[in-house]
Design a protein. Structure first.
Ligand code: ADP
Ligand code: MG
Length: 388
């Protein structure tokens, strides 16, 4: 059992460095498009703040190369100010004397938001000098940044080795949900995979195969498998170097009696930009969504499930012409009586767009980190936290 913030006693007046994942999507004006990740961190912040700790909150935002005023964490601090009136201050530095002075001036129960961690190259490199600077700011370290838990960065790995530490409520919940789903799945367990990152996700299918009863493969994932079965996939996306792996997975599934469902019809774009529905992909066609018969077949399986894990959209859902498959499956998942988990940045945003977010049991806040958990891997950012 990892130490959680419940295990930190007598923290009144203590300086706690809290790593959050405030990597929120921004529009072209630098305004926050979706504050889900900030809201997700509130319970941990509130718990520590109510006990009178001095909370020093840090996060990365985007992929800056050095200082970038468009990727300041100030707008994030403004959102927090709404939730904690008169308690939140912002420091436009991440480390150094100005930060130390700001911390000295903090009262118990106050929250100081530091500037973007990634303005310093040392963050992603887990650089010892940067780690030392961060660690010197606080007496305790708390990690609630699930979105980066699969990385070994200064603020979520290096610093944890230097200070007494614990995980926050968000990481605790994510780990519990995935552990339970994969260690004691409710059956029938249906796993749904789509999206585009075939190479990343094949490992995951290998792990899920020992636990799931049915694996549904759609979206950009499907065409590597259909190609492996000898079908014509036209110009649809696929990973040539994963075909052998896909064959292996199909063969093993057959041996183990696991059902793998692949699309039986498609919505395609032709060379001259026409949208056609077909069960046979022709030369020059690109399949960008699953067809109606496939939707029906997948939905039937989903209806009977007791547990569903979904990662990856079933088509190019950003384009209205190829959205239907993903939206129909989102609705089917939401309507099923199953325990439902959805992970992956695009998958979660598709669920939100469909308006069924409140009908999903667990929407994971971390794309890469949730994929690693599904692969059965340990997350370095969690591993490094002390056990009880
Ligand atoms: P997640 O973020 O949920 O892990 P991915 O990033 O792996 O999912 O995949 C999402 C992307 O996959 C989307 O941009 C979507 O347009 C793309 N995609 C889904 N189906 C197809 C397809 N048939 N052809 C091309 N791209 C696809
Ligand atoms: Mg994605």
């Amino acid at each position: 059992m990892k130490r959680t913030i419940r295990d930190l006693k007598n923290i009144k007046g203590e300086r706690i460095l809290l790593r959050c994942d405030f990597n929120v999507p921004l529009d072209n004006w630098g305004d926050i498009l979706d504050d889900t990740r900030i809201v997700a961190a509130i319970p941990t912040i509130q718990y520590l703040q109510k006990q009178g700790a001095k909370l020093i909150v840090c996060s990365h935002l985007g992929r800056p190369k050095g200082y970038d005023k468009f990727l300041s964490l100030f707008p994030v601090a403004v959102v927090l100010m709404k939730y904690f009136p008169n308690k939140v201050k912002f420091c436009n530095k991440t480390i150094g004397d100005e930060v130390k002075t700001a911390i000295k001036n903090m009262k118990n129960g106050e929250i100081l938001v530091l500037e973007n961690l990634r303005f310093h190259a040392g963050e992603e490199k887990n650089d010892p000098a940067f780690v030392k600077e961060l660690a010197s700011l606080a007496d305790f370290y708390v990690d609630d940044a699930f979105g980066v838990a699969h990385r070994k960065h200064a603020s979520n790995y290096g610093v944890a080795l230097k200070l007494p530490n614990a995980i926050g409520f968000l990481i605790e919940k994510e780990i519990q949900v995935f552990n339970k789903a994969f260690e004691k799945p409710a059956h029938p367990f249906v796993a749904i995979f789509g999206g585009a990152k075939v190479a990343d996700k094949l490992n995951l299918i290998n792990n899920v195969m020992d636990k799931a009863d049915t694996i549904i493969i759609g979206g950009g994932m499907a065409y590597t498998f259909l190609k492996a079965q000898g079908e014509n996939i036209g110009d649809s996306i696929m990973s040539a170097d994963q075909i052998e792996n896909a064959k292996k997975i199909l063969f093993e599934a057959q041996n183990k009696g696991i059902k793998i469902l692949l699309p039986i019809d498609h919505v395609c774009l032709t060379e001259n930009e026409r949208v056609v529905r077909t069960s046979k992909i022709g030369n020059g066609m690109t399949a960008l969504d699953i067809g109606n018969n496939t939707i029906r077949m997948f939905a039937q399986e989903i209806k009977n499930a007791k547990q569903i894990v979904w990662n990856g959209p079933l088509g190019k859902y950003e384009d209205d012409r190829f959205k239907k498959g993903t939206m129909k499956i989102a609705r089917a998942v939401a309507k099923s009586g199953a325990y439902t988990i959805v992970g992956g940045g695009d998958s979660v945003s598709a669920i939100n767009e469909c308006g069924v977010a409140d009908k999903i049991n667990h929407l994971s806040t971390g794309g890469g980190a949730s994929l690693k958990l599904m692969e059965g891997k340990v997350l370095p950012g969690v591993e490094v936290i002390d056990t009880l």
